[in-house]
Design a protein around this ligand. Structure first.
Ligand SMILES: Cc1cc2nc3c(=O)[nH]c(=O)nc-3n(C[C@H](O)[C@H](O)[C@H](O)COP(=O)(O)OP(=O)(O)OC[C@H]3O[C@@H](n4cnc5c(N)ncnc54)[C@H](O)[C@@H]3O)c2cc1C
Length: 463
């Protein structure tokens, strides 16, 4: 009966009712083996007492709003006062140690081995990104420059290629890496291209990105060359992924880049996802346009015969997007509230899974990248209702390293395909990432509170 209900839902109806989401989440009982999201032994069994204490301490720190709010000012001041060595020691013993998997392959290896025993794999992310200068977080020292700097972008490409090789050495053909496209091109040019593509999208031409950029006088000859370099860099990275039979997730970023990033990834998918699923796009469900975009891409994958990798996220830049919309007096691109974002996420999951189940010649793989317990439960229950088995290779689950182990490890323990997205690299380049993690864990207090409580309970049980 549930399957009939899912089948009856018109996939082209943009407006979905809250009832459909609640219906799937609450009525599916058959086949569903309950995953215990409160199991301390499943979630933290792999951690040492020291790591448990550090986890509890870090979540406690994140609960002090006044401290988290001032972190981007406090960190550089502390470095000046304490000196580089002591500063690094303190950060390594706290935020970095908890949220980052290490500096290099040697440090990653023991973590990979421990997690493998729990059936959990890592998605490796050698953290690099950039933004237009108005972004406050990026005012803190970042590993990349804000203005055009070809050497930096080439260097970032080489680091990404090395990341792909490291992942292949650690995981073989199941290696997955993640990148942000803003690490490989000037943010100003990407933003400019984004505006052009958004305008072009309204007139629905079918040009490639390079054709569109070449056909406009807004992009100068020099900028066009930089775009060609970006395309070369992305191709070289994906070719390295292909060489090792791995997969690559390309992150979604701010809306003033995202139309361009999304289209770039689609072009890479058309090129490289013919014989195997290599390139994954990211769908930010907090954006009003996402469900339609996903539908168009699913049709395109079927018609143009390429495999499609779909990473579903809520989205990480909401505050920035809203502030920008107010400042620019433009329409807010984000759903009005958390419930509508969740509806979009759940609807997107149903539609992607329906597509994955169809007997197409192309493969579809959905990554539920979320720390939200209700969303994870919704996904597992919907899988049951649609008779999708854990080992079918259609759905995987992912959370960030250091967050919500109580979701990932119990899922892996009962046979779901489960990942932690693990950033790694030198402390200096990961400080902006650490500030964002602290802020996120302050914002999602209930979840951080559960993480902290379970860390404390696990520690208490051991002592
Ligand atoms: C493996 C992985 C990869 C990721 N990759 C990306 C990526 O490429 N790009 C990216 O942008 N993000 C990415 N994220 C981040 C993800 O978007 C964040 O985890 C997200 O901000 C939190 O959503 P959640 O599903 O974990 O659920 P929750 O933590 O339960 O979501 C709560 C958050 O949703 C926010 N929210 C979203 N929409 C609304 C709304 N309309 N109104 C009010 N609040 C809203 C709230 O502020 C709150 O902070 C990734 C996450 C993971 C785990």
């Amino acid at each position: 009966m549930l399957l009939k209900m899912i089948g009856k839902l018109n996939p082209h109806r943009i407006q979905i009712t809250r009832y459909s989401v609640r219906f799937f989440a609450s009525n599916i009982k058959e086949n569903h083996e309950k995953v215990n999201f409160n199991s301390i032994s499943a979630a933290y069994g792999y951690k040492s007492n020291r790591e448990l204490f550090r986890g509890w301490f870090v979540f406690k720190l994140c609960s002090y709003s006044s401290l988290v709010d001032r972190l981007s000012q406090l960190l550089p001041i502390s470095r000046k006062i304490l000196g580089q060595q002591l500063f690094e020691y303190i950060i390594r013993s706290t935020l970095y140690g908890h949220f980052v998997a290490g500096t290099n392959k040697a440090e990653l290896k023991p973590i990979v081995d421990r997690l493998r025993k729990q059936n959990v794999k890592l998605i490796l992310d050698y953290s690099m990104e950039s933004d237009v200068p108005s972004n406050k977080q990026e005012k803190f020292e970042s590993s990349v420059l804000h203005h055009s700097n070809e050497n930096t972008y080439n260097d970032n490409m080489l680091k990404s290629i090395k990341n792909v090789q490291t992942a292949a050495e650690l995981f073989g053909s199941s290696a997955i890496t993640a990148v942000k496209m803003t690490a490989f091109v000037s943010p100003d040019i990407l933003q400019k291209l984004n505006r052009i593509l958004e305008a072009e999208h309204q007139s629905s031409t079918k040009n490639t990105i390079l054709e569109t950029a070449s056909n406009t006088s807004i992009i100068s000859k020099g900028e066009l060359e930089e775009l060609e370099h970006l395309i070369t860099r992305m191709n070289r990275i994906v070719q390295e992924v292909k060489k090792h039979n791995g997969r690559i997730f390309i992150d979604a970023e701010q809306s003033y880049f995202q139309t361009a990033i999304h289209k770039f990834v689609l072009e890479l998918q058309e090129q490289y996802n013919r014989d195997s699923l290599t390139v994954y796009n990211t769908y930010q469900c907090y954006r009003k346009t996402t469900l339609n975009l996903l539908r168009q891409d699913l049709i395109r994958s079927k018609n143009n015969n390429f495999h499609i990798g779909i990473k579903l996220v809520r989205g990480a830049y909401m505050d920035q997007e809203r502030q920008l919309a107010i400042a620019m007096k433009s329409i807010d691109p984000i759903h009005p509230n958390f419930l509508t974002t969740t509806e979009c996420y759940h609807r997107a999951f149903i539609e992607a899974l329906k597509h994955a189940k169809e007997k197409n010649t192309t493969k579809t793989h959905v990554i539920v990248a979320s720390h939200n317990e209700d969303t994870v439960q919704f996904a597992t229950k919907t899988m049951d209702a649609m008779h999708v088995k854990r080992g079918d290779g259609l759905v995987s689950f992912a959370t960030l390293f250091g967050m919500c182990d109580y979701l990932t490890f119990p899922l892996a323990a009962v046979g779901y395909d489960a990942f932690k997205l693990a950033p790694y690299g030198p402390i200096s380049s990961l400080l902006p990432y650490l500030i964002r993690r602290a802020q996120e864990n302050r914002a999602i207090f209930a979840k951080a509170e559960k993480d902290r409580r379970l860390h404390y309970k696990a520690l208490k049980e051991r002592i």
